[in-house]
Design a protein around this ligand. Structure first.
Ligand SMILES: NC(=O)c1ccc[n+]([C@@H]2O[C@H](COP(=O)([O-])OP(=O)(O)OC[C@H]3O[C@@H](n4cnc5c(N)ncnc54)[C@H](O)[C@@H]3O)[C@@H](O)[C@H]2O)c1
Length: 275
């Protein structure tokens, strides 16, 4: 089948998105609806969820919202069942909810570690198991990982490890689910200012981190939550029908830059490094 401009549309597809109260999740729920999808969405923050749900409803697309914590398997299972009862299937699963706090690895308690594992990994495996039986051929799973899945993450060791685990799971699931004609991909954001990102960054800078990530990506400016949402829409659409098992970095070039940092306007230190 040839591609045409309608290949990007998600008309009447059913999308299930976690963590829609703010940031990338909110932008994603809204953009999925604008491209035609019916959106089932959840968040642990009731006010923020209600606000996003109202914005999605104003696009004219049907929406279903549930106040829940994705770490609560019973609540998630019940919402998946209700979404399937209401809409018959789930075409797109966007595992967006996730988060962390700043702490050097040796200061992370076992309780803190358990929370990070559940928050960034186990809730995703749970959702995949719950949703896949209701996904028709052509369905798409998109996991929000992080640049920290692909580079060291001082102060965020467990979070980074769980995002790396998610990137690996993405590849394996792409193979295991290919016979069902389901695609599985990851979006790895960085440098997209959001409420969550701002809170973690100020925790880090207040905590005498010792390291800090590059501030200005190679493209010369930080991104917007819509930049990540646009890639999720692409991955959910037929335009991405031959794309599976991979990660798209939405970071203004930070991952590609590796250790390189933009210094335009700055001059290099002049001390003699030879001796
Ligand atoms: N913004 C960035 O530059 C960036 C960088 C790397 C990775 N990410 C990843 O992208 C995703 C979205 O990031 P963001 O910056 O928009 O985050 P954010 O913290 O601004 O928003 C996250 C939303 O998810 C909700 N949420 C979090 N945990 C939840 C839970 N257990 N149950 C239900 N809802 C929950 C929050 O209430 C909030 O509404 C996350 O997985 C994050 O790790 C973002």
């Amino acid at each position: 089948m040839a591609y045409d401009p309608s290949s990007i549309l998600l008309t009447d597809r059913v999308a299930f998105v976690t963590g829609v109260g703010q940031g990338i999740g909110r932008a994603t729920a809204l953009m999925l609806a604008r491209f035609g999808a019916t959106v089932a969405m959840c968040d642990k923050n009731r006010d923020a969820l209600d606000d996003t749900a109202a914005a999605v409803a104003s696009t004219g697309r049907p929406a279903l919202a549930r106040h829940l914590d994705v770490r609560d398997r019973t609540a998630v299972a019940s919402f998946v069942a209700d979404a399937v009862d209401a809409h018959g299937r789930i075409d797109t699963l966007v595992n967006n909810a996730g988060g962390t706090f700043f702490a050097p690895f040796l200061d992370v308690s076992t309780k803190g570690e358990d929370t990070l594992v559940l928050e960034n990994f186990t809730q995703v495996t749970t959702l995949v198991r719950l949703v896949v039986p209701h996904m028709p051929a052509g369905g798409s799973i998109v996991n929000l990982t992080s640049i920290e899945a692909h580079q060291a993450a001082p102060g965020f060791a467990v979070y980074g490890a769980m995002k790396a685990a998610l990137a690996h799971l993405t590849r394996t699931l792409a193979l295991e689910l290919a016979p069902r004609h389901l695609r599985v991909n990851a979006v790895a954001p960085d440098a997209i200012p959001t409420e969550g990102d701002r809170d973690v960054r100020s925790e880090m800078l207040g905590g005498d981190a010792g390291y800090e990530p590059a501030v200005v990506p190679p493209l010369g400016a930080v991104g917007h939550p819509d930049d990540a949402a646009a890639v999720v829409v692409f991955l959910a659409s037929d335009l991405a029908r031959f794309v599976t098992g991979t990660t798209i970095h939405v970071d203004g070039g930070n991952w590609a830059a590796g250790g390189w940092r933009r210094v335009s306007g700055a001059s290099f230190p002049s001390e003699d490094r030879t001796g």
